[in-house]
Design a binder for this molecule. Structure first.
Ligand code: SAH
Length: 265
């Protein structure tokens, strides 16, 4: 049985066993000796990475795959996974993860479909209280954007949101030659590990609004893009002429604190 790669599903099957093993081996979330941790693989395709994740005795692996042909392939080739009902056919962006994986899912892994990788990260953020570590392969530019800090041109909304809750490590780059078909872009593997922040010390909803509004007009100074929030207070002065890519997560938190105080005046 052969699964023909489907472009609209972002299917670029990895062909290097070595890199598959390296990705699976990059999970370093500490798991107690006598315990197992739930792990969801997003988009297993024909299972090259799945195979190595299954070899890790500490992982309780489940996979979510949208493509019925790939699911059929997995059921036929990975009987132990399918007997334990750990192959879920569905859209990761729409699944109620807590319902499908009641045993918990501290780890998420995968060679993500690049066309929806940002949406996957926003979904991961929805489950940040549950997901402790993410090891994934994505488009290299997106990896750089997520891992980069303020002051770089790649820094953006997703960098701020993810860095607020996760420590991010850029692990290694992967060439397009080890995929079938080769993607037009280069790839990279990153690891996200949940930091100690349960809740940001500010109004989190306003924080999200402010980050989005600032980056939506990335080249403008904050006094323009956030004009409606500023009141002329002294505390806000240092932010007025800044551009969003100059603000660290901590700066955005401080700005949110100031602007919510303004609102209560
Ligand atoms: N892990 C495999 C396949 C990677 S390609 C490998 O490394 O070879 C990305 C995979 O994600 C494809 O199998 C594609 O069908 C699947 N996919 C795409 N959109 C998805 C979604 N919304 N939810 C779950 N899986 C999805």
């Amino acid at each position: 049985m052969y699964v023909k790669p489907k472009k609209n599903l972002g299917q670029h099957f990895l062909t290097s066993e070595k890199i598959a093993a390296q990705i699976a081996g990059s999970i370093n979330y500490p798991i107690d000796e006598d315990k197992k941790a739930g792990c969801i693989e997003i988009g297993p395709g024909t299972g090259i990475l799945t195979k190595y994740l299954m070899q890790n005795p500490r992982l309780d692996l489940s996979v979510v795959e949208i493509d019925s042909e790939s699911v059929e392939f997995l059921v036929a080739n990975y009987p132990s996974l399918s007997i334990e009902h750990r192959i879920v056919e569905g859209d990761f962006l729409r699944l109620d993860l807590c319902k499908h994986f009641p045993g918990g899912f501290p780890i998420v892994c995968g060679n993500f479909p690049y066309n929806i990788s940002s949406q996957i990260f926003f979904r991961i953020l929805d489950y940040k209280d549950e997901i402790v570590q993410v090891v994934c392969m994505i488009q290299r530019e997106v990896a750089q954007r997520i891992a980069n800090h303020e002051g770089t041109k790649e820094y953006g909304i997703l960098s701020v949101f993810l860095q607020a809750y996760y420590d991010i490590e850029y692990l290694f780059g992967v060439d397009e030659t080890v995929f079938n078909p080769p993607p037009k872009v280069k790839s990279a593997v990153i690891r996200l590990t949940r930091n100690g922040v349960k809740q940001l010390p500010c109004d989190e909803k306003l924080f999200r609004t402010i980050v989005k509004m600032s980056f939506n007009q990335r080249r403008k100074m904050l006094r323009n893009s956030l004009a409606q929030f500023f009141t002329g207070s002294e505390a806000e002065a240092r932010f007025l002429t800044m551009r969003p890519e100059q603000l660290s997560v901590k700066d955005f938190v401080e700005l949110t604190q100031i602007l919510s105080a303004n609102r209560q005046l």
